[in-house]
Design a protein around this ligand. Structure first.
Ligand SMILES: Nc1nc2c(ncn2[C@@H]2O[C@H](COP(=O)(O)OP(=O)(O)OP(=O)(O)O)[C@@H](O)[C@H]2O)c(=O)[nH]1
Ligand SMILES: [Mg+2]
Length: 197
């Protein structure tokens, strides 16, 4: 998959900001600070989405148009206890409205920080998403920060978890080094163009 153009089409802060989808769409979800925005930037090859040192950097669902063919949605992170309650409620409301009816959504990319993956919240999200039937791909981000032994242990643990959570694949990734980029792009390509639901 070659990406020539990627632009922010719009941001949805509230349920009423959501617009009907017009093409194959991929949602990037995960805990706050796991690196969702960084993974998107690494895939498109430039600084498109805002990346933050502190968690809670992406406050809205940001819809990016990738060339003319598809849309990627950068979600706000969940699980950051320092955010006010009303913001956490709003996340749930917008996410519910989005996932409950999104016929053009072809797949979900669940980004996790490989040093802590999977967390109980990731587990909860996977179970919550299961009845909707969207394909889910797990991404173990920040593998550049792992030693060889940690990494081998993580991959073993993740394979078991992926099987339980019915994930389509688990991709080790580093937004810093670009590891895993070809593999993830090829999954996205498959989801968007080869297996229409
Ligand atoms: N070492 C390393 N750091 C990373 C990697 N990916 C992201 N980071 C860092 O992790 C922090 C969070 O990255 P973001 O991309 O803003 O994370 P996010 O999941 O979009 O965060 P929210 O929008 O707040 O939910 C930043 O300081 C990034 O530079 C990676 O692969 N390796
Ligand atoms: Mg972000």
């Amino acid at each position: 998959m070659r990406i020539r153009q990627a632009v922010l089409e719009y941001s949805a802060y509230r349920v009423q900001d959501l617009r009907p989808g017009t093409g194959p769409e991929i949602a990037f979800v995960g805990r706050s600070n796991a690196g969702k925005s960084s993974v998107i930037n690494s895939l498109v090859g430039r600084r498109l989405a805002r990346v933050g040192k502190r968690p809670g950097h992406t406050p809205a669902l940001n819809f990016y148009r990738i060339d003319t063919h598809c849309y990627w949605v950068d979600f706000p992170g969940y699980g950051y206890a320092q955010r006010p309650q009303f913001e956490r409620d709003r996340w749930r409301q917008v996410a519910e409205a989005y996932f409950c009816y999104r016929p053009n959504l072809r797949g979900i990319i669940l980004i996790m920080d490989s040093r802590h993956a999977p967390t109980p919240l990731d587990d909860l999200l996977v179970r919550w998403l299961a009845p909707f039937g969207y394909p889910v791909i797990g991404v173990l981000n920040k593998v550049d920060l792992l030693g060889l032994t940690e990494r081998a242990a993580l991959e073993r643990r993740m394979t078991a978890w992926a099987w339980r959570g019915n994930l389509m694949a688990v991709v080790p990734f580093s937004a810093r080094t670009g590891e895993g980029r070809p593999a993830l792009l090829s999954w996205i390509q498959k989801l968007c163009f080869e297996e229409p639901r």
